[in-house]
Design a protein around this ligand. Sequence first.
Ligand SMILES: [Zn+2]
Ligand SMILES: [Zn+2]
Length: 139
Amino acid sequence: MKNYEGSCGCGAIHYSFAGEPINSVFCYCKECQVRTGSDKWFGLWVPKDKLTFTKGSPASFTRPGDSGQAMNHLFCGDCGTNLCVEVTVADFYSVAAPTIRGDQQLSPKMAIYTASAPDWAVFPEGVPQFDILPPGLGD
Ligand SMILES: [Zn+2]
Ligand SMILES: [Zn+2]
């Protein structure tokens, strides 16, 4: 089974997870724009029990998601890198793909919250797009 390892910019926090992500998603919601300073968050969805922090422990802040359930944002308290979001309504982490180390050949499988994207956003070709979420997800 493939093992993924990632870390924040300063190296204080390391994490790993085994197996392929259950989804890989470009999210263009406003919150992700604010958190990343770009048009989107590239999230790898990993079941909560598959991911472990192998060095350090992340700082966090919590906000309510669209579902009303908590979204726990985990980030490095030293360098500020966003590492992942714990989506409590569905018990998975959305791991920031750019924090994965090594050449992992990761690509998005869907684009969500595209209705919130800035005018200059460029969507990936050949990938399903959803104004908000695909039917059955997140509601
Ligand atoms: Zn750091
Ligand atoms: Zn988002």
